[in-house]
Design a protein around this ligand. Structure first.
Ligand SMILES: *Cc1c(COP(=O)(O)O)cnc(C)c1O
Length: 466
């Protein structure tokens, strides 16, 4: 083709993308455009808008994965067209999902890991709904069989993630959430026992409380409920919200008894996309034994001419995250998970140590792997509360360097207590964290040099935290 001909084709082919007609406009926000546009230029403008989201790797608020390796990108791409619900059409994806369930059941010491039931979900929230529903159904069946009323179910928990509030509201269960009191920032045996009665469908301890990063005492609560059963006959099951801890404790704190080693633990949920290291969009719920999941909640779908039990709130769902979960399990094994998470705990501990040296902060959680998740949380010391800035101002200041470090107030009855927290997860390296420490120091110096006349209040400053 001669040069003159090339020029004839269309000027726009050689136009710089930002000189193109479609790009030289603000984007429609309320109406579907009438006509098509060139994919390259539309890609570019959408891509550019997303710059405003910031860098997810610097979002230290999230528990979710912001780093995945190359092979996961490839597998996700290969699975983009696979629907997890089509067990018959994609039998190997279904098989891989089942393998993950049994591997988790084994990791959590189920007495019948090979035959028990469980499923993937979109995250721990859906998994919590399913776990909660199973508790409710089992309780109702038992009550009905005894000829007793079934209209006032309640569930006991500590300071839970919002998904349990949703469960309670959507499925009509009274949530008996133990309020915080003074220095007690989670559930304990005494507070649980104060609230149990014949209408309690279950107790939900959290392994890795979002507000404090702590593991709640599952074994102590289980022992106390054993004793209660001996004394009163009340048999109250436990569901553990292991959104974070379910993929941490088995590797880093194997001696901690929180899982199916305790017969009272009937079900556990976890987020594959948190410390399971899978990309966003996968959670798991597993029952101790098949008999803990009431049959009435299971739907059978046709699977290779046979029947495949399914239990889910969604229908169509992408399979890639589940495949990536299985990839991680094979790629890392127990030792690989242990190494990655241990490195995160170590980074958290070093960060906590350095942060303390600055002076104004009381470290509330320092990344102790026997007590909770790889994270650090802190508050302003009382004597620094009137030094002209709040943790909300600090969060705001750090934002100028791209860091997202949330400050938030605790749940009832400690709303007065404002804390700040960072999550250390795969890909949050010691080097990154040392840069953050420099920026915190720089912010403190800035506040000293430029006192704030009106520090941010809780109402103004409270952003989103998980
Ligand atoms: C993150 C989290 C949830 C919700 O999990 P998703 O996977 O985001 O749906 C529930 N409980 C706890 C303790 C969590 O940390």
């Amino acid at each position: 083709m001669g040069d003159h001909k090339k020029q004839d084709i269309s000027l726009s082919i050689f136009d710089d993308i930002y000189a193109m007609e479609g790009v030289q406009r603000t984007l429609p926000k309320y109406k579907l455009p009438e006509f098509e546009h060139d994919p390259e230029s539309v890609y570019q403008v959408v891509h550019d808008e997303l710059l405003l989201d910031g860098t997810s790797r610097q979002n230290l608020a999230t528990f979710c994965q912001t780093y995945v390796d190359k092979q996961i990108h490839t597998l996700m791409d290969e699975c983009i067209d696979k629907n997890m619900i089509d067990k018959d059409e994609y039998p190997q994806s279904a098989e891989i999902e089942a393998r993950c369930v049994h591997i988790l059941a084994d990791l959590w010491n189920s007495p019948s890991a090979k035959d028990t039931l469980g499923c993937s979900t979109t995250g721990s929230s859906e998994a919590a709904m399913l776990g909660g529903l199973a508790l409710k159904w089992n309780w109702r069946k038992k009550r009905a069989a005894q000829g007793k009323s079934t209209d006032k179910p309640n569930l006991i928990c500590g300071p839970v993630q919002i998904c349990w509030h949703k469960f309670a509201r959507y499925f009509d269960v009274e949530l008996r959430e133990i309020p915080l009191e003074g220095d007690r920032l989670g559930m304990n045996v005494e507070e649980v026992l104060k609230r149990v009665d014949e209408n309690t469908i279950g107790v939900v301890p959290t392994l890795g409380v979002t507000f404090t990063c702590h593991y709640e005492p599952v074994k102590a609560i289980s022992d106390a409920l054993d004793k209660l059963q001996k004394e009163t006959g009340l048999d109250i099951p436990i569901h553990v919200d292991g959104a974070s801890g379910g993929f941490l404790a088995p590797f880093c704190t194997p001696e901690l008894e929180w899982d199916f080693r305790l017969p009272r633990v009937h079900s556990i949920n976890t987020s594959g996309h948190k410390f399971g290291l899978a990309p966003l969009g996968v959670g798991w719920v597993v029952w101790r034994e098949a008999k803990c999941l009431p049959e009435e909640l299971i739907f059978n779908v046709n699977y290779l001419g046979g029947n495949m039990p399914t239990f889910a709130l969604n229908f169509s769902r992408p399979a890639g995250q589940i495949i990536a979960q299985y990839y991680n399990m094979l790629r890392l094994g127990r030792d690989g998970y242990r190494k990655i998470h241990s490195a995160c705990y170590l980074t958290a501990q070093l960060f906590a140590k350095e942060l303390k040296k600055f002076g104004p902060f009381d470290v509330l959680f320092d990344g102790d792997m026997t007590k909770g998740i790889p994270a650090v949380s802190w508050k302003l010391k009382d004597e620094f509360k009137s030094s002209g800035y709040t943790l909300f101002d600090l969060a705001d200041r750090l934002r100028t360097r791209g860091w997202q470090v949330p400050a938030y107030s605790m749940p009832a009855n400690r709303e007065d207590m404002v804390v700040q927290r960072i999550l250390i997860r795969h890909g949050v390296s010691l080097d990154m964290v040392s840069l953050l420490l420099d920026d915190i120091k720089r912010s403190l110096d800035y506040f000293a040099a430029h006192p704030i006349s009106k520090p941010l209040t809780r109402e103004e400053g409270e952003g989103f935290h998980h």
